[in-house]
Design a protein around this ligand. Structure first.
Ligand SMILES: [Zn+2]
Length: 300
């Protein structure tokens, strides 16, 4: 049985936001932007939105998307040959051994992508989905930027990220952004991170020795440090949206607008430093420096 309705083809998306995002994309498709950035929602909803965007732009029926032509079907099954998909979370070895629809997002595949985009598209456009950008090595987003600097009228890019703050500002500034409503219970932080965030907020108000707490050797692993910074990032997004709820958010909400944008910048920089697995700086040093910066920011 093949999906015939929007709700069957894009269940997460429709559950999350009805057909509001889809209507917006329909009107954008009249003059599709080179780069669309889908943020928010959850991973599945973002991917469904990418597929929907592909269907609108590549469907061969008069009324697009029809959801049942050969092209629409291949898009919904992630088998369309006119789409390239890259994911920074896939390791190079894994990619070589078992290449799937999503290939790893590294500099080599980005170069290959550039070559592919040089061919004339068999359908109306070449479509490119890119996800897991925050987990990729820095060379990959830089290679992507180079491709975007030489725009091609036949290439459409879709960047899928939980939050725009997680990727290079230069990539964000080239994108048209569409934000899906957040699904709050999705990607709930681990207990360790919740604890760390609450200790961090107590530290910012001067009542907790956060630095002493994280200092024992091997306590702050790279995944924990990343998750902690991601939690800080999410808190900053909530504060910006005027939705401060947690103790950390309440604390950050007291910052001036200028201090807040500084905090966002530092959070982004700290995330960048932890992005590279081979970074010479330990996760502990990154988080220590970050914590101190924010502590002083609250007092300036
Ligand atoms: Zn179709």
């Amino acid at each position: 049985m093949f999906a015939k309705t929007l709700a069957q083809a894009f269940p997460s998306l429709v559950r999350l936001c009805g057909d509001t995002c889809m209507g917006r994309l329909q009107s954008l498709a009249r003059r599709p932007p080179q780069v669309l950035l889908f943020e928010g929602g959850n991973e599945e909803a973002r991917l469904e939105l990418a597929r929907y965007w592909a269907c609108i732009n590549l469907c061969e029926a008069a009324e697009r998307p029809c959801l049942h032509c050969v092209t629409c079907r291949s898009i919904l099954l992630d088998q369309c040959l006119e789409i390239r998909a890259l994911d920074g979370r896939i390791g190079s070895k894994e990619d070589e051994q078992e290449p799937g629809f999503f290939r790893t997002f590294n500099a080599e595949n980005a170069r290959e992508l550039k070559h592919w985009l040089g061919n004339y598209p068999k359908l109306r456009y070449h479509l490119v989905y890119i996800t897991g950008i925050a987990a990729s090595r820095p060379e990959a987003p830089n290679a992507l930027l180079k491709i975007l600097e030489e725009p091609s009228a036949s290439a459409l890019f879709v960047l899928l990220v939980p939050q725009r703050e997680q990727i290079l500002p230069t990539l964000v500034s080239r994108s048209l952004i569409l934000t899906l409503p957040q699904e709050l219970h999705e990607e709930a932080p681990s207990e360790d991170v919740v604890d760390l965030l609450s200790r961090f907020s107590a530290f910012l108000t001067g009542s907790e020795d956060f630095l002493g707490y994280i200092s024992p050797k091997s306590f702050l692993s790279l995944p924990l440090a990343r998750e902690f910074l991601l939690g800080c990032q999410k808190s900053l997004v909530h504060v910006l949206a005027g939705e401060a709820k947690t103790p950390l958010e309440t604390c950050l909400a007291r910052l001036s607008a200028r201090a807040l944008s500084q905090a966002i910048l530092w959070t982004q920089e700290a995330c960048e430093m932890l992005r590279n697995e081979l970074s010479p700086v330990s996760p502990l040093r990154v988080v220590e420096a970050y914590a101190m910066h924010l502590y002083l920011l609250g007092r300036s």
